[in-house]
Design a protein around this ligand. Structure first.
Ligand SMILES: CCCCCCC/C=C/C(=O)SCCNC(=O)CCNC(=O)[C@H](O)C(C)(C)COP(=O)(O)OP(=O)(O)OC[C@H]1O[C@@H](n2cnc3c(N)ncnc32)[C@H](O)[C@@H]1OP(=O)(O)O
Ligand SMILES: Cc1cc2nc3c(=O)[nH]c(=O)nc-3n(C[C@H](O)[C@H](O)[C@H](O)COP(=O)(O)OP(=O)(O)OC[C@H]3O[C@@H](n4cnc5c(N)ncnc54)[C@H](O)[C@@H]3O)c2cc1C
Length: 663
């Protein structure tokens, strides 16, 4: 049967080369080819079906995840996939699993914190999945406060071993993914105790389960922490609980790149900063920023396609009703999210570059950019995950009632995504780290030259008194005008916080008292980074008919939308006047009209398969209604016309009503 493309008329309207945009979105022709090939491979393999996930019991769901992870590994091995291809395959399989933590945290922790010998010993085993690892840092009593962890690793010089112990209930490891039912090994974070002295938290490789029969090793109590938010969703993951009862491990299983304990029981600190113990978190935060654009673009793709299919009101002379995408209110909610997806894509690319750069510098013993890398990864992780979680929920509402159906894909996407606001650092706690960095920068102005993302502070005198030169709405399309407004807002908010802080005798008390304002200053700084990197991206040559113009429209929408949303900040710091704010809003409306004919093509450029989207509302051909209708009949509740329980619970009720009616 010939497939009808219900969105063809929308695709015909587009004013740019979609194939060229696909390459910009993917990052390079190579990245596009890889993504396209692997996503189609996964989509065409029934072994990776995922449309029944929300209907399975937890046990069936989990077993199915184990099956898929094993099948994915078999596919990787059978097809001799490279590391890059294997990572893409896991991404398109699209099911949170213990493998995320094995590849995403356990392996990077050994690479980042292990010595060369430790890497040589453990990495080959991990690469072949002969051991499966997790990252066991958080405890029942402490997650954000890493220095408050209670698990101990006490050196025993007699046996040359560490004794890993959970001294209290609150010291039980709690949350690590993959720990509950699968991991054979953990990087467990524990307080290092040598000769009775506490040297703070360090990572240790601890075997948890037998490699023969998977039973927990002596002294290990381990299990799953229970059902989490949403159906399906993150319940494919075995987040776990773990207690150690004086578990002994050899001394060489302490990760010793940052500090060492010798055979004689001497503690030695390398010349690398202690903060490198937190290095895996910096790495993962960077990957989370890159992933934010994937999750947001997925939701936006669904909401945009459906908004073009859905019609309500406005029929003229019996003609078709208005597509809901043509309502300005729909556009003002949807198009900033479309623009954010692109903005997050580019900031993810840039952050990857920053991370690679800091890693190379660290290898050459240059630690100068580590604080900036920490502030950027922490701040951008916080900003992009908050916006993405909120954006997915907004997309659900943009799809009206049908968005609430699991078959829209949006409820599960939200439930899987929302913990990103908490894991790898609670988003508020991370913004407070950025705020500390900002306050330190301001306090050192004139002593230490701010560079990199904080370089704008070198012009603080100008930024504190500059006036916005915008006179007409179009003036807001000038990148310099936009940048200066964002720089001035960020600088003024930071300086105001620093001035308020100086009124406190005790800086820590002041920091706590002003923390809500400090978080707002941190948000302003992080938004500036995203805006400035989007503008920088557009200064490069971008091939393809109309591609650069579309990206310019999206960049302006992203920036002016933020300005509109946070106009309170811009007005109260005197960076703009109410007239400027009103002109920005006029320009924003005009930009929405420009993006409208290109909206479908801009989401097609994500190149998502229907399998990956997992949404009837977002399907490529827009043939939504027949698919929704058919899917309803596939629900197990419709297996029988009369439901189970009728004779027990409905019939007696109806009979009773009849008797009552006769009374
Ligand atoms: C691909 C994988 C799939 C994803 C699945 C995700 C699964 C989830 C996994 C997890 O959640 S793992 C657990 C993650 N846990 C956290 O993120 C905990 C958050 N808490 C922290 O990171 C820290 O404790 C803190 C909030 C940063 C505070 O730490 P601490 O009290 O020790 O620090 P301070 O005294 O504030 O700072 C000291 C000094 O160190 C600097 N710093 C802090 N963190 C880092 C870092 N990561 N890298 C570099 N530097 C860091 C901080 O700025 C201070 O510097 P100075 O001001 O002294 O210069
Ligand atoms: C799905 C999921 C997967 C996870 N996977 C892992 C894993 O694999 N390995 C692992 O080790 N951990 C994992 N975690 C744990 C995770 O890293 C922590 O939950 C996270 O770091 C937040 O810490 P917390 O739970 O202690 O929150 P809390 O710190 O208790 O936060 C509670 C509230 O207090 C506020 N708060 C805390 N401190 C401050 C402060 N100083 N100032 C102002 N407000 C503050 C927070 O903003 C928040 O509103 C996972 C968590 C989840 C939800």
């Amino acid at each position: 049967m010939e497939r009808v493309d219900h969105l063809a008329h929308e695709r015909n309207k587009s004013e740019f080369d979609v194939d060229a945009m696909k390459i910009v979105w993917a990052g390079s022709p190579h990245a596009f080819e890889l993504s396209d090939r692997i996503s189609k491979l996964v989509a065409s393999d029934p072994g990776f079906r995922k449309d029944n996930r929300t209907m399975l019991s937890r046990k069936d769901l989990f077993k199915n995840t184990l099956r898929k992870a094993a099948y994915a590994w078999k596919t990787i091995v059978d097809l001799h996939l490279s590391e890059e291809e294997a990572a893409k395959l896991r991404f398109y399989v699209d099911e949170p699993a213990y493998t995320d933590l094995h590849w995403g945290m356990f392996v990077p922790a050994i690479k980042g914190q292990g010595t060369d010998e430790q890497q040589q010993k453990w990495l080959p085993l991990a690469y072949k999945m002969q051991i499966i690892g997790c990252y066991a840092q958080t405890e029942l009593g402490h997650g954000s406060n890493v220095q408050g962890l209670e698990t101990t690793a006490t050196f025993d010089p007699q046996t040359d071993e560490f004794i890993i112990h959970s001294p209290t209930l609150t010291s039980s490891k709690w949350w690590p993914g993959g720990l509950g039912k699968v991991a054979t090994h953990a990087i467990a974070y524990a307080r290092l105790i040598v000769g009775g002295r506490d040297y703070g938290v360090n990572g240790f490789i601890v075997q948890l389960r037998s490699l023969e029969d998977h039973s927990p090793l002596p002294g290990i109590t381990v299990g799953d922490i229970g059902m989490k938010f949403g159906n399906g969703a993150y319940n494919t993951m075995d987040n776990g609980v773990l207690q150690f009862d004086h578990v002994r491990i050899p001394r060489d299983q302490m990760l010793m790149r940052v500090s060492q304990v010798t055979r004689e029981g001497k503690y030695k600190q390398s010349d690398v900063p202690r903060q490198l113990v937190y290095g895996t978190m910096v790495y993962v935060r960077q990957t989370i920023v890159a992933d934010a654009s994937c999750a947001l673009s997925r939701a936006v793709c669904i909401a945009t396609r459906y908004s073009a299919v859905r019609r309500q009101f406005g029929s003229q002379n019996g003609g078709p009703e208005t597509q809901v995408i043509d309502y300005k209110t729909q556009q003002s909610r949807l198009f900033p999210l479309l623009a954010s997806a692109y903005a997050f894509r580019f900031i993810g690319e840039w952050l990857k570059w920053l991370y690679t750069d800091v890693t190379q510098r660290l290898q050459a013993n240059d630690f100068s950019t580590l604080p900036e890398a920490h502030a950027c990864t922490a701040g951008l992780k916080s900003l992009t995950t908050t916006a993405t979680a909120d954006g997915i929920e907004e997309c659900r509402k943009l799809c009206g009632g049908h968005g609430y159906l699991c078959s829209s894909g949006l409820p599960e996407l939200f439930a899987v995504y929302v913990p990103a606001c908490t894991y790898e650092g609670d988003n508020t706690v991370l913004l407070l780290q950025v705020a500390r960095f900002l306050m330190k920068t301001v306090s050192q102005l004139g002593v230490k030259k701010p560079v990199g993302t904080i370089g704008y502070m070198t012009r603080v005198d100008h930024l504190m008194q500059c006036r916005c030169g915008v006179q007409r709405a179009e003036d807001w399309l000038n990148p310099s005008a936009l940048l200066e407004a964002f720089e001035a807002r960020a600088a003024r908010m930071s300086v105001a916080c620093a001035q308020n802080l100086s009124n406190f005798d005790n800086p820590e008390e002041g920091f706590a008292e002003l923390s809500a304002d400090l978080v707002e200053a941190a948000v302003a700084h992080c938004q500036l980074i995203i805006v400035s990197k989007f503008i920088e991206k557009l200064q490069q040559e971008i091939p393809g008919k109309g591609v650069k113009q579309q990206l310019e429209v999206l960049c302006n929408i992203y920036t002016l939308f933020l300005l509109h949303k946070h106009q309170g900040d811009f007005l109260s710091t005197g960076c703009i006047t109410p007239k400027h704010a009103s002109l920005a809003n006029d320009q924003l409306r005009s930009l929405y009209s420009q993006v409208r004919p290109n909206a479908i093509a801009l989401v097609d450029a994500f190149n998502y398969t229907d399998h990956f989207l997992g949404s009837i509302l977002g399907c490529y051909d827009g043939n939504v209604y027949p698919k929704l209708y058919e899917a309803a009949w596939e629900d197990p509740l419709n297996d029988s016309v009369v439901p189970d329980g009728y004779h027990q619970y409905i019939r007696p009720l109806l009979k009773q009503q009849i008797r009552t009616a006769r009374l």
